[in-house]
Design a protein around this ligand. Structure first.
Ligand code: UT7
Length: 332
């Protein structure tokens, strides 16, 4: 938990990127036994973006990062740290952040990944906030990026209809003392639920074998109903906690950016929080679940189209594999 009555970290700029190629529900009907109607009614998703052949996770992160730097009026040489939330790095190691740092030309600065699945961006932002707050770093690039299409089992209708690819980034800088910035953050993990959402094979527990590949175990597996239940409960409590930590009320919040995993989860969280639908920033219909890219993609969209304005308060919350979840309250 962290809280701050006056923010130590401001959001200097936000940027995002989604690949050009769009995969519609109709196209998925041709791949697996599903229907556009089922996907829309059970998830709220109509289409998702899919990376081009050869387009890597760090390629997507690079575009989002450059856009965030432009918004912050900074150059890559102004950065002194890169933190990437992702579970689909270009390589198992080194980190996606290392690939991104090289492409940005920001040689020498510490660059590392955070593995917190869909909460990855929120974790990265929270960690970056601590470094800025300590005074040791001035401009930190935090990224949420995922190329889930490369770890999706395209024969599993229970998961392949959900996910999409994308990237989002924010530059964190020291607060200017005008009240704008990160007011509070929360991070949590419940490691008893690791088997409910995971890629089973390819790690030290079960190194890849032809049998594991054939069984689909190098791709995402999810017990959707388990995750659903925990998502509703934990996203609600983490949202309330972030607001309470900042000494504010939910009524003071202008916008809520929930992780875009399932419209039914989002609606249930909103109902429990008693917040009207109009306060929600939603783009699940067009992007599906982009894991750690979900929050910054939606955030960027609402800044770009003028919904989120300077001085307004934004509450973001996300939950994913681990299960790990996090929330943050930010004044723009
Ligand atoms: O971002 C990380 C966090 N992830 C999440 O938050 C996801 C959380 N979970 C969910 O969003 C939902 O659990 C799902 C969307 C994954 C599934 O929705 P559900 O309402 O929980 O469905 P279900 O898994 O209970 O399945 C209901 C039925 C089953 O058929 P039977 O057994 O009742 O005959 C499934 O086989 O729906 C069937 N089904 C489908 N039917 C058509 C599952 N997927 C599909 C599909 N098309 N794509």
């Amino acid at each position: 938990m962290s809280s701050a009555s006056s923010p130590r970290t401001r959001i200097a700029g936000v940027g995002a990127y989604a690949p050009e190629k769009i995969l519609t529900n109709a196209a998925l009907e041709a791949l697996v036994d599903t229907t556009d109607e089922w996907i829309r009614e059970r998830t709220g998703i109509r289409e998702r973006h899919i990376a081009a052949d050869g387009e890597t996770t760090s390629d997507m992160a690079l575009v989002a990062a450059k856009r965030a730097l432009v918004a912050a009026n900074l150059e890559p040489s102004d950065l002194d740290m890169i933190i990437v939330g992702t579970v689909t790095s270009d390589t198992i190691f080194p980190a996606c952040a290392a690939h991104l740092q090289h492409k940005l030309g920001a040689k020498g600065i510490p660059s590392f990944d955070v593995s917190a699945a869909c909460a990855g961006f929120m974790y990265a932002m929270s960690i970056g906030d601590r470094f800025i707050g300590s005074g040791s770093h001035k401009n930190i690039l935090v990224v949420g990026v995922e190329r889930l299409s490369s770890v999706t089992n395209w024969e599993d209708r229970g998961t392949c209809v959900l996910f999409g690819d994308g990237a989002g980034a924010a530059v964190l800088s020291p607060s200017r003392g005008d009240g704008a910035g990160i007011l509070s953050t929360r991070m949590h993990t419940d490691g008893s639920l690791t088997e409910s959402l995971l890629i089973r094979a390819g790690g030290s527990r079960e190194p890849t074998t032809p049998e594991l590949i054939a069984g689909g175990h190098t791709k995402i597996k999810m017990i959707g109903s388990d995750i659903f239940k925990h998502a509703v409960r934990n996203l609600t409590s983490a949202s309330l906690d972030a607001v309470k930590d900042a000494g504010m009320e939910l009524a003071d919040v202008d916008w809520i950016i929930p992780h875009q995993a399932n419209m039914r989860i989002i609606s249930q969280v909103a109902a429990r929080l008693k917040v009207p639908q109009e306060k929600l920033v939603l783009n699940i219909e067009r992007y599906g679940n982009t894991s750690s890219a979900s929050i910054p993609l939606a955030w960027n969209e609402a800044i770009q189209d003028g919904r989120i304005k300077p001085g307004q308060t934004v509450l973001a919350c996300a939950l994913g594999g681990g299960v790990s979840w996090a929330s943050a309250l930010i004044r723009m």
